[in-house]
Design a protein around this ligand. Sequence first.
Ligand code: TXA
Ligand code: MG
Length: 331
Amino acid sequence: MQTEIKTLQQGLDEAVSLIKNGEVVVFPTETVYGLGANALDSNAVRKIFEAKGRPSDNPLIAHIADISWIDRLAKDVSEEARAVIKEFMPGPITVILKKSDDVPDEVTACLDTVGVRFPKHKVAREFIKACGVPIAAPSANTSTKISPTTAEHVLEDMRGKVPLILQGGACEVGIESTIIDMTADVPTILRPGAITQEMLAQVLGKVKTFDGKIVVAKAPGMKYRHYAPSCEMVVAKSAESAVEEYRRQYKNKVGAVVIGKSNYLDGIEDVLRINFIDLGDSDAEAMRNIYAAMHKAQERYGCIICQDFGERGLGASIMNRINKASGGKRV
Ligand code: TXA
Ligand code: MG
């Protein structure tokens, strides 16, 4: 199969006819690129799992192009859930709701709930709207690989496995959506993201963060290793320990790279003599750039040494991904 990258203008008609014929299409969102199929067609949804090599007991998110579509996918939507939807959609959030009878088991992995997301990205919205059906989509990477934040990342990973990638440039948010379970007694964050606990608490009063003790897999990384670069990755607690680790790797003939925000790198003496990737000035920029930096680093280096972004706000969301990518290894 040939894989082509096309702009919305060049590729929209083809994308819509692929979806109508039960095939998959890759499309950009503001978080990461998604690998989409008609969420109401079980056979089409199965093709997502095939292309991704993903275990079919991991449920998919259904993407919509208008708030009104929620009632096609979900039932018994609470007032609290509606408040979250009103505040944050369209945007980088997925809301877990009780599923309607129209949603096939292939999407929800037989759960009685469904994850619903209304992306903000213009290309995503126009594509989904033109299809006229909700689009089930995981991130457009093969299972366990880093999520793609450019069309070129997707091509590198999925060439020959998908017919069409819609071009949408670099994703602005850069990590996957926040997932909040609105069917739990206390609304519970299953995966942190750009919509933070603090922001959700403003609307809900009370939210629970995932505490690591749930046994049933409810969000990625709890059961499957996720977001892993092909090289080693460690988190450095300080700029000094980053440099120490860099030297240790060098002695072992491993080319390493330090990645962090500008002010972190500024704290490294002689930074120009080491390999580094600058993630930008703010946590929002670091979040936007982190996956692209991991993609670049894994191609060139044997070890990624990454800044610790702390436990609060966007920093906590970035760390959630980094901890998984590094397997929790710290220096
Ligand atoms: O930003 C995103 O959310 C991206 C873009 C493409 O929208 N999508 C994404 O999908 O990250 P994926 O499949 O890589 O991660 C979605 C995760 C699933 O792995 C699953 O654990 C969780 O969402 N999920 C989906 N439906 C669920 C449900 N009903 N209950 C609990 N967790 C669910
Ligand atoms: Mg994923």
